[in-house]
Design a protein around this ligand. Structure first.
Ligand SMILES: Nc1ncnc2c1ncn2[C@@H]1O[C@H](COP(=O)(O)OP(=O)(O)OP(=O)(O)O)[C@@H](O)[C@H]1O
Ligand SMILES: [Mg+2]
Length: 325
């Protein structure tokens, strides 16, 4: 297993109290696998990825429980310097808005070369050659001349390619992409996704892909992790999740994707809103929006039941399971 996240709890101290943004998350990623994390805004997707990268701002944030095993070693026991070496070299991240992560005052060439030199003991000249090669890989035309461009000279799609190039230049084992295409228009989105899939196939990079877009998930993921209220509520192979979703929340998410083959006037929306993290329901976090909710769901929290690699956190299935046994 490349990455194992076990019972991860990440808190933020706010003026209104402590928020458990990630509240006991478990999932893992195998070598060469693409795992998609989906869930509504505020469900803890970005906090999960920042926790893996060791980039939770402290204060106000803190990882208070759990383990993040990367190739068997707990990243939570690594020092600042060790994490710096791991970032970019073994694990890289692409952020949602490339303009905020590229430095506007340096050329993209300088920025890519700096990443290479930070992690590898090679000459500046060799690093420049590498930078040209990686820009070519991500489909940037005439890379030699583009090295001298500043980020604002480039279109959004090109900047995102540069970000991907920077993330991949040291051949990481794991690429974390947090909404990598949301800021881009649809045709460029498709190109960037193709690019990521290609890279996965050529370099064997595992990908943790965070997205709102279930269409994207269907196209490129092997497995899906559905998050709600800082917890995993369902996990499974992509085919199984789309064909046979089990958690009422996953069913709702899938029902709310527009479909070309159905003539319906209005799109389904899950009723209600995500719970306030300062005031989570006592039982199941989804109970106040769920049409299957009963007494038990309001008072008790279901656990994540794992069965042949597929997991679901819902009393509907724990009952079935008990009956089966
Ligand atoms: N720096 C912070 N201080 C306080 N609370 C925070 C901080 N960062 C995140 N949170 C809280 O943690 C929870 C999870 O946030 P997170 O950014 O992980 O959501 P997300 O699933 O990535 O949502 P989105 O789809 O909108 O990106 C939210 O309730 C958010 O308000
Ligand atoms: Mg986010």
């Amino acid at each position: 297993m490349l990455l194992e996240v076990k019972n991860l709890v990440t808190q933020f101290t706010t003026k209104d109290g402590i928020v458990n943004a990630v509240n006991g998350v478990d999932f893992n990623i195998k070598e060469g696998e693409v795992v998609a994390v989906v869930g509504e805004s505020g469900s803890g997707k970005s906090v999960t990825s920042l926790s893996i990268m060791g980039l939770i701002p402290d204060p106000p944030g803190r990882i208070v429980n759990g383990e993040i095993l990367f190739k068997g070693e707990n990243l939570l026991n690594k020092g600042r310097k060790e994490m710096q070496d791991i970032r970019g070299n073994d694990i890289s991240m692409i952020f949602q808005e490339p303009m905020t992560s590229l430095n506007p005052v340096f050329t993209i060439g300088k920025q890519i070369i700096e990443v290479i030199l930070r992690h590898e003991n090679i000459s500046k000249k060799e690093a420049k050659k590498r930078a040209v090669e990686i820009l070519q890989v991500v489909g940037i035309p005439s890379p030699e001349t583009r090295l001298d461009d500043y980020p604002h000279h480039m279109s959004g799609g090109m900047r995102q390619r540069v970000m991907i190039a920077m993330a991949l230049v040291c051949s990481p084992n794991l690429l974390i992409a947090d909404e990598p295409t949301t800021a881009l228009d649809v045709t460029i989105q498709a190109e960037i996704l193709d690019l990521m899939l290609n890279l996965k196939e050529k370099m064997g990079t595992s990908i943790l892909l965070i997205t709102h877009d279930l269409g994207v998930v269907a196209q490129i993921a092997d497995r899906v992790v559905v998050m709600y209220g800082g917890k995993v509520v369902e996990t499974g192979k992509v085919g199984q999740i789309f064909k046979n979703p089990r958690h009422p929340y996953t069913k709702g998410l899938l029902k709310s994707i527009p479909r070309m083959d159905e003539e319906s006037e209005t799109l389904f929306m899950i009723p209600g809103i995500v719970p306030n993290p300062l005031n989570m329901p006592k039982g199941c976090a989804f109970s106040d929006r769920c049409s299957y909710c009963n007494e038990e769901c309001i008072n008790e929290e279901p656990s994540l039941l794992i069965d042949e690699g597929n997991g679901v956190r819902c009393f509907l299935y724990s009952k079935l399971h008990e009956r089966k046994m």
